[in-house]
Design a protein around this ligand. Structure first.
Ligand code: 13P
Length: 337
């Protein structure tokens, strides 16, 4: 297969009907926070136990097309001693890898941040590829206030995101391009729409400058919602606002838009995705790449105890199945049971 054919094959597998992506690539501080919430101390062994457990869920591949891993997990073995990427591949799930190195304050732009990790990326990708990764993720974050994000934050983050995507494609790795407009704050849904559109336009301009093939990437954005200190919008309002912005700012050549959940509850994230797909055909597949919204119930059920493994797997499978239904607008809240 040529690199182009490999990229196309991976994109095709990731955006299959009825399936989405599981983001299980929490960095050490983030997974420690999630474990802490269910009374578990994070250690390499506990992370291995939990992740091995959820990836072994029987039937997961029916609703999950890809899993984003953290570097540590890519090199780990499961509880039954299979390499994690092999375990996923056996489930019919494509293994992916988070490759950015987190964010730092953006100098001369108080309140803004910049994502880092381009240095040596090509060499790291070669290693990840040999370990079985076929796609990658890079996350930019944008804070909303009356004045944030600044123009330099929007431009600088778009530039690094596009450079990352170009490097990934050059070595046959499908880039997930993630510009996350944060839900934190008391902004209106209109303000979120304004910032999201500005960010997406800048990101696609940068992708064009760097000759990234839009057909061979996946966009992982946040939905357009009010800030979390404001009353929530209905799924229909979120769907209207999000699709409105995306139809103006995201080229039809992009095969898939896989949303992050960004602090929405599991039920909200499913209902919002469902409402978008219920609006009818769009130029792109509208799917999910959820972290918290897929895993929270599973983490609660597990609570650090291997004996709770079956309950954790059942909780994950339930969210995966309901989001699979939201992929074609056939989810209804009474399916929560
Ligand atoms: P959440 O769905 O929890 O926002 O995580 C998705 C993700 O991968 C953020 O980078």
């Amino acid at each position: 297969m040529t690199l182009q054919e490999e990229l196309s094959a991976t994109v095709g597998e990731l955006v299959q009907a009825g399936k989405g992506i599981l983001a299980a690539d929490e960095s050490h501080p983030t997974i420690a926070k999630r474990f802490n919430a269910v009374g578990v101390e994070s250690s390499e062994e506990k992370r291995r136990e939990y992740r091995s457990l959820i990836f072994s869920t029987s039937g997961l591949g029916e609703f999950i097309s890809g899993v984003i891993l953290f570097e540590e997990t890519l090199g780990q073995t499961s509880l039954d001693n299979q390499r994690i990427p092999e375990l996923l591949a056996k489930q019919g799930i494509v293994p992916g890898i988070k490759v950015d190195k987190g964010k730092k304050p953006l100098i001369n732009a108080p309140g803004d941040e910049i994502t880092v990790g381009l240095d040596g990326l090509e060499d790291r990708l070669e290693i990840y590829r040999n370990q079985g990764a076929r796609f990658a993720k890079w996350r930019d974050v944008f804070h909303i206030s009356d004045t944030l994000p600044s123009p330099q934050a929007v431009e600088a983050n778009a530039e690094v995101l596009a450079r990352y995507a170009a490097i990934c494609q050059s070595v046959g790795i499908v880039p997930i391009v993630e510009p996350e407009v944060l839900i934190d704050g008391n902004h209106t849904i209109e303000r979120c729409a304004e910032v999201s559109e500005a960010v997406l336009r800048e990101v696609f301009h940068a992708l064009y400058r760097h000759k990234v093939e839009l057909e061979q990437m996946i966009l992982k954005p946040s939905m357009v919602t009010p800030g979390k200190d404001n009353p929530k919008a209905t799924p229909e309002e979120v769907a209207q606002a999000t699709i409105g912005v995306f139809r103006r700012a995201v080229p039809a050549a992009v095969p898939g838009i896989c949303f992050l959940s960004g602090g929405q509850t599991p039920e909200e994230a499913t209902a919002n995705l469902n409402a978008m797909n219920a609006m009818g055909a769009q130029p792109w597949e509208l799917s999910f790449s959820y972290g918290r919204a897929l895993q929270e119930p599973a983490q609660k059920a597990w609570a650090g105890n291997l004996e709770n493994g079956p309950a954790a797997q059942e909780a994950l499978l339930k969210r995966a199945r309901l989001n699979g239904a939201a992929r074609n607008g056939s989810y209804a809240p009474d399916m929560e049971g």
